[in-house]
Ligand binder design. Structure first.
Ligand code: FES
Length: 107
C-alpha cells in the first residue's frame, strides 16, 4: 500500500552525513538532509518568501534559510519561532542504495 507511494531519487552515496541536497520529485522541490545517520526530507521552499533552503546553513538538525535566517527543524519541519509554521515533511527510506521519498497521492 504505502510502499507504492515511495519514489526513488538520488543514490544514497550522493548524500553524505551533515549534507543537504535539493531534488525534485513529481514536480515537488524537496530538500534531503542526512543527519545523525538518518535521511530527512522537507520542502525546499521557505514558507516566509519562498527562497530555496539548499544554500542555507545546516547546524545539527536546524537548517537556516539563506534569505532572512528563519530556522527549521528538519525532523519536524517546524519554524523555531512559531511552531505552527512548518515545512512539509516527507518520509524517506534507503533501499537498494537509493533514497526513496514518500509522496502521498493527495499532496
Ligand atoms: S524567505 Fe526564508 S527566511 Fe525569508
Amino acid at each position: 500500500m504505502s510502499q507504492d507511494s515511495f519514489v526513488g531519487s538520488i543514490k544514497e552515496s550522493e548524500l553524505k552525513e551533515g549534507q543537504m541536497k535539493a531534488v525534485r520529485i513529481k514536480g515537488k522541490p524537496i530538500l534531503l538532509v542526512r543527519q545523525g545517520g538518518q535521511v530527512y526530507g522537507v520542502s525546499n521552499r521557505c514558507p516566509h518568501m519562498g527562497c530555496t533552503l539548499e544554500h542555507g546553513i545546516l547546524r545539527d538538525y536546524l537548517v537556516m534559510c539563506p534569505c532572512h535566517g528563519w530556522k527549521f527543524d528538519v525532523r519536524t519541519g517546524e519554524y523555531q519561532e512559531i511552531k505552527q509554521v512548518t515545512l512539509e515533511c516527507y518520509r524517506c527510506k534507503v533501499e537498494n542504495g537509493k533514497i526513496h521519498i514518500e509522496i502521498s497521492k493527495d499532496k
